[in-house]
Ligand binder design. Sequence first.
Ligand SMILES: [Zn+2]
Length: 472
Amino acid sequence: MRYVKDLAQLVEDRKEATLRISDQVWEYAESRFQEFKSAAAESEYMKEMGFKVTMGIGGEETAFVAEYGEGKPVIALLGEYDALSGLSQEADIPELKPIVPGKDGHGCGHNLLGAASMAAAVALKDYMVQQNLPGTVRYYGCPAEENAGGKAFLVREGCFNDCDIALTWHPGWTNGVTQSGSLANFRVFYTFHGLSSHAAGAPHLGRSALDAVECMNVMVNYLREHMIDEARIHYAVINTGGTAPNVVQSEAQVLYAIRAPKVTQVKELFERVSNCAKGAALGTGTTVDIEQVSAYSDYISTDVIAERLQQHMEAMLPIGYTEEEMEYAKKFQEVITDLDRKNLQGMAKKVGGKNAKEILDKPLWDFMTYPQGGSKGSTDVGDVSWVVPTGQFGAVTWAAGTPGHAWQVVAQGKSPVAHKGTLFAAKVLAATAYDFLTDPELVKKARENWLEILDGETYPGALPPDAKPHIW
Ligand SMILES: [Zn+2]
């Protein structure tokens, strides 16, 4: 199809700028709500490309929207650019080697994610100019996908209210359209306050906040036996109350992630976890403050959009990696753990059946995978998918078997392999966005399909009304 080729060429024409920005964002490696340089790099480029840019949307300083055109339909391309804590890693080296130990790194490939969505918006805009097409294309720069659910705040503030279709993707090691199924997720801080005292001289005068954290965690670990199988609960002790064992800790803090398939299930679990915290406080003679800082909703896939994404992916694959790129990927495959290798073998069986062995020999899975089951992680794209019919897919940007949220992802994040996958994603996004931009009937069909899937349910947005984007 002519337009698919034309749009792909437009993506290629501007690939230097796209990949330069992706690499720049990789270097900046800014985490939740601190993505000032990353948002500036992308938004400046969008201005240069003729988009109208509005910074700081939805009460988030590092969020922006770049818009071109006017009127209906409004097609939204979603991008991200936040890094992960403590994952600093040198590029292209298949061994753990932080650039600055303890600093952040792009362990989820969001530098690529933003760059491809941005490139798709620019290519579509270039085509709209060439072909004199009506309608609106937007690129949303969405901060803090990791740990804070930045898009949920944008949804709460109505930033997507007039959008007709939303499209996005995620880097990874398989090519496939994302099905429903990511988990709803709350992040909650439990902060305990006790009384400090000399731990040997006057322990009876102290009330330990650290004891309270430990008691709470033990109770939650017992609670696991009595919750639904699909739920996930994990925690990080953020503040242990100090480094001196001979001082009774007067303050301690633990951050919980509580996940389940549906928001209503997470709400119920949240209450039970909070009861563990209150029980621990009561038993240890401390008090507890409970602060929910984020809420992710589960992801709703709209079939009409998913089908379009799939058609374009099938038509455009393979990405076409060179021998040299395969060799590069192999080096990273060699350093995965035995457990990750088992996981890879399991995946090969699942997607390849009898051909599992053949697939396992490929360091880059440059083919289509069906279906791309919803991950047991969470994404704030879920929140958007409840208010706008949304489509999402994964594309190959690193070696098969690479563990997520790990230094290996950071290391491969500005390689030719990652770059190729990013341009492929941009082309799929641009072609799919064009389909909806130019076909009101298709937009209508997607909307009807989406409403049918929601079956009367409405956005379960669970952010407390007074919750603000939170840096910690
Ligand atoms: Zn991610």
